[in-house]
Design a protein around this ligand. Structure first.
Ligand SMILES: Nc1ncnc2c1ncn2[C@@H]1O[C@H](COP(=O)(O)OP(=O)(O)OP(=O)(O)O)[C@@H](O)[C@H]1O
Ligand SMILES: [Mg+2]
Length: 522
C-alpha cells in the first residue's frame, strides 16, 4: 500500500534551498530530540537547564506559506488517494491547493495538473500562483503559452481548464501524479473527474498519486459530489471509495492479482470561513455571507450540503430529522410503503408510529432489477420479526401485468405479502408533498419533528434533501430526479397513519369507534 500515513506538514520558507527534497518542517518533538545533548560520562552538579529550541529568526520571518491550523493543515497532510476539501466559502481551500504541489514541484519526475472549469476562473488562480510560487522556488518559470510552471530541476505544473466533457481529450496520453480540481461542483457530472483518475500515474513511487478537489456546496454537480464524498462516511473519516450509483465499495476486478480488494480511499475534509484568519478576522466577508438568501447562506457560511438551490425540501436538517437507531416498542403501530420499479429502482420504507403520533422511518430497502416475487420474499424476510399492520404500494402495480397474467401486486399478494393501493388520484402528488412538509415541521407540543429517520436509512437520507423542485410546477418535485424512496415515503405518509387502530367517534351508531383505515375497514 502506498503511503497510508499522513503526509508531512507543509511549510514553505523563502530561503529554502531549491532542491527536490521534501519541503517539510519536522514536528517540534522530533526537532527537540535532535537537540538533546548526547550523554557524556562526566557528571556535573549543575542544575538542569531547559534549553529553548533554537531557530533562525530571519528564516522564520520569511515563511512564504504556513497552513492555517485545523482543516487546511489536515488537507495538506492527507494521504488518501482522493480528498475533497469543501464546505463554507473562504476557508482557504484554493490557496491550499495551490500550495500543495509546491512540496514536490522541484522534483524532476513531478507532473501536476490543476484545473478549473473555465479559463476566466483559472485566471484568478494563476495570479495567486504568480505571487506565491517564485517566492517558494527561486527561478521557477511560468509559460503563458503552455499555461505551465517549470522548476529549475524540471518538475511541471500545468494550470488548465476543463469545460466540456470532450475537453478531457486535451489530457489524453498524459500522466500526472497530482491532479486537483478547484470548485468541483461546477462540473455537472463525474465524467471529467473519473477520466482524470485514469491519467494518474507516476514512474517515481516516492511522489505518490493524489487527486485533490475543493468546493463549496451547491452548483450543478452538487448531487454527485455529495454522493461521492459526503454521504459514504462522517466528515474527516477516510473510507474505501464507493460506486456512487450502487454505494458498493469499488474493487479490483476478477483476474487481477488483487481481485476483490478495495481500490483506494477517499476523505472529505470540511472547511469553515472561521478556519481562515486571513479572511475571518475583519468580519466583512462574514457579514456579506450573512446577507445572502437562506439556502445560499447555509451553503456558503455553514457549509451545509443538505441544501441545494431549487431543493424541494430545504427544511430537511440532518441534525433534527436523523436519529440514531433505537429499539421501537412492539406495541407501536408499524407499516410499510413501496414504490416499485424493475429497470430503475424499487424503494421500500418501513415506518413506526409513536404514541405522540411521530413517524419513524426505521428501515429502508433500495434495489434495482428485482422481480415482484423476489421483492416479496425480501420484504417478508426483512420484516419477519415486525408486526406490520399494513403496506401501501404504488397503485399502478395493480395494472402492470407479469408474464402469466396476474398483476405485480397480485403476485406479491400470492406470496403472502399484502398491500393496499396508494392514492394516485389527480392532485395526490402535490398533496403528498405538502404532507411531507408538514411532517418535517417541529410539532409545537412535542417540540420534535413529526417525522424522523434512523441514520441507517442512508439512501432515503441522501435522496430527500437532493430532490429538486419541478421548474415548471414548483408545487411538485422534479419527477426526473431519483425519487423512488421519496415516492414510497409519500405513499406511506398519506395513509393517515395512527398510533391506535381505532379512532373514537361519538356519533358512530354502533360502537362509537370508527376504523382508521377506510380502505380495508380495520
Ligand atoms: N495559509 C495561508 N497563508 C496565507 N494566506 C492564506 C492562507 N490560507 C488562505 N489565505 C488567504 O485567504 C484568501 C482566501 O482563501 P481561498 O481563496 O483559498 O479561500 P477558498 O476557501 O478557496 O474560498 P472560496 O470558497 O471563495 O473559493 C486567499 O486568497 C489567501 O490570501
Ligand atoms: Mg476557492
Amino acid at each position: 500500500m502506498s503511503k497510508e500515513s499522513e503526509r508531512g506538514l507543509l511549510r514553505l520558507n523563502a530561503s529554502m534551498p531549491s532542491g527536490s527534497k521534501r519541503r517539510y518542517v519536522r514536528s517540534k518533538s522530533s526537532k527537540k530530540k535532535e537537540q538533546e545533548p548526547t550523554p557524556t560520562k562526566k557528571i556535573t552538579t549543575q542544575p538542569a537547564q531547559v534549553k529553548p529550541p533554537e531557530y533562525d529568526v530571519k528564516q522564520a520571518q520569511s515563511v512564504v506559506f504556513q497552513p492555517n491550523p485545523g482543516p487546511q493543515t489536515q488537507y495538506l497532510a492527507s494521504s488518501e488517494r482522493e480528498v475533497l476539501y469543501g464546505g463554507a466559502a473562504g476557508g482557504g481551500k484554493s490557496y491550499a491547493t495551490l500550495a500543495d504541489p509546491l512540496r514536490n514541484l522541484n522534483n524532476p519526475d513531478f507532473s501536476g495538473l490543476l484545473v478549473r472549469h473555465t479559463t476566466e476562473e483559472l485566471r484568478e488562480l494563476i495570479q495567486k500562483s504568480q505571487e506565491l510560487y517564485p517566492k517558494a522556488i527561486p527561478n521557477i518559470k511560468w509559460s503563458e503559452r503552455k499555461s505551465q510552471w517549470t522548476t529549475p530541476r524540471g518538475g511541471t505544473l500545468w494550470m488548465s481548464y476543463l469545460d466540456r466533457d470532450t475537453d478531457v481529450m486535451r489530457y489524453q496520453g498524459q500522466a500526472f501524479n497530482y491532479v486537483a480540481f478547484d470548485e468541483l461542483t461546477q462540473w455537472n457530472s463525474p465524467y471529467s473527474w473519473n477520466y482524470m483518475r485514469s491519467r494518474l500515474r507516476s514512474a517515481n513511487k516516492d511522489l505518490g498519486l493524489y487527486m485533490r478537489a475543493t468546493t463549496n456546496p451547491g452548483g450543478p454537480g452538487h448531487a454527485w459530489v455529495k454522493k461521492m464524498f459526503i454521504d459514504p462516511a462522517k466528515p474527516n473519516t477516510p473510507f474505501w471509495a464507493t460506486d456512487i450509483e450502487t454505494s458498493e465499495v469499488l474493487k479490483f476486478p476478477q483476474g487481477h492479482s488483487k481481485a476483490g480488494q478495495p481500490l483506494f480511499k477517499r476523505r472529505f475534509i470540511p472547511a469553515s470561513l472561521f478556519d481562515n484568519p486571513y479572511l475571518a478576522e475583519s468580519g466583512d466577508y462574514e457579514a456579506m455571507l450573512l446577507s445572502l438568501p437562506e439556502h445560499q447562506r447555509k451553503q456558503l457560511l455553514e457549509g451545509n450540503w443538505d441544501v441545494n438551490e431549487g431543493a424541494a425540501f430545504p427544511e430537511f436538517n440532518r441534525k433534527i430529522h436523523v436519529v440514531d437507531p433505537h429499539d421501537i416498542p412492539r406495541s407501536w403501530a408499524r407499516f410499510r410503503a413501496c414504490d416499485y420499479g424493475y429497470g430503475s429502482y424499487t424503494g421500500v420504507v418501513w415506518l413506526a408510529v409513536s404514541p405522540s403520533e411521530q413517524l419513524i422511518v426505521y428501515r429502508e430497502l433500495y434495489c434495482s432489477r428485482v422481480t415482484a416475487t423476489d421483492l416479496a420474499d425480501m420484504i417478508l424476510n426483512a420484516e419477519k420479526d415486525d408486526n406490520i399492520r399494513y403496506g401501501v404500494l404504488d397503485s399502478s402495480l395493480w395494472h402492470k401485468r407479469g408474464d402469466t397474467g396476474p398483476s405485480l401486486a397480485e403476485q406479491m399478494n400470492q406470496k403472502g405479502l399484502r398491500w393496499r393501493p396508494s392514492d394516485r388520484s389527480k392532485g395526490s402528488r402535490v398533496a403528498g408533498k405538502n404532507e411531507l412538509h408538514r411532517r418535517l415541521q417541529v410539532d409545537e407540543f412535542t417540540e420534535e419533528p413529526r417525522l424522523v429517520f434512523f441514520s441507517s436509512c442512508t439512501n432515503t437520507i441522501a435522496q430527500l434533501p437532493g430532490i429538486p423542485l419541478d421548474k415548471r410546477n414548483p408545487e411538485d418535485v422534479d419527477t426526473n430526479s431519483e425519487d423512488h424512496l421519496y415516492d414510497a415515503l409519500r405513499y406511506g405518509i398519506m395513509t393517515r397513519p395512527r398510533s391506535s387502530l381505532w379512532d373514537y367517534n361519538p356519533v358512530s351508531h354502533r360502537t362509537g369507534f370508527q376504523a382508521a383505515d377506510s380502505t380495508f375497514g380495520y
